[in-house]
Ligand binder design. Structure first.
Ligand SMILES: [Zn+2]
Length: 150
């Protein structure tokens, strides 16, 4: 995995997830959508709903069998995002897929991670439709069942 490519994808993820059209940080998605009984704290970060390590671990288990099909990235107008060849590291692409991100403050993100207890519970019907699509495209439906089947 190239470091430069990883950094570029991480930056693109941050810009797509956190920044609005005026390059200001959007408000915490969790505060507006999840009743976590928790006040926001810290700066807004690009928070992975399905944790990045889970995405990476899941896909790295699949990759020895051969490359995964390149998923559709959003609607037809985004088709130029799909590489013609398998020259993009699919694992990186999945790890930084902005459909799996929401703007979140440090406090809410820590709860989602389980770094702080109790863990934040997101009812499945509250998940952004793009995140459900992300899980379906990358074969991560099990994560939806495991983590958000409420
Ligand atoms: Zn928050």
């Amino acid at each position: 995995m190239g470091e430069i490519q990883r950094d570029a994808l991480a930056l693109a993820f941050y810009r797509a997830v956190v920044l609005d059209e005026y390059l200001r940080a959007r408000p915490c998605w969790y505060a507006a959508n999840v009743d976590g009984n928790l006040n926001c704290e810290g700066r807004i970060i690009a928070s992975h709903i399905v944790k990045r390590r889970r995405v990476e671990n899941f896909l790295s288990e699949q990759l020895p069998e051969g490359p995964l099909p390149v998923p559709l990235m959003g609607d037809e107008s985004d088709n130029d995002l799909i590489p013609d060849e398998y020259d993009v590291d699919l694992l990186l692409q999945a790890a930084w897929d902005p459909r799996n991100g929401v703007p979140g403050c440090q406090a809410h993100d820590d709860r989602l991670d389980g770094h702080r207890m109790p863990p934040l519970v997101i009812p499945r019907h509250k998940l952004p439709p793009a995140t459900i699509e992300f899980c379906e495209d990358w074969g991560l439906e099990y994560e939806l069942e495991r983590r958000f089947a409420i």
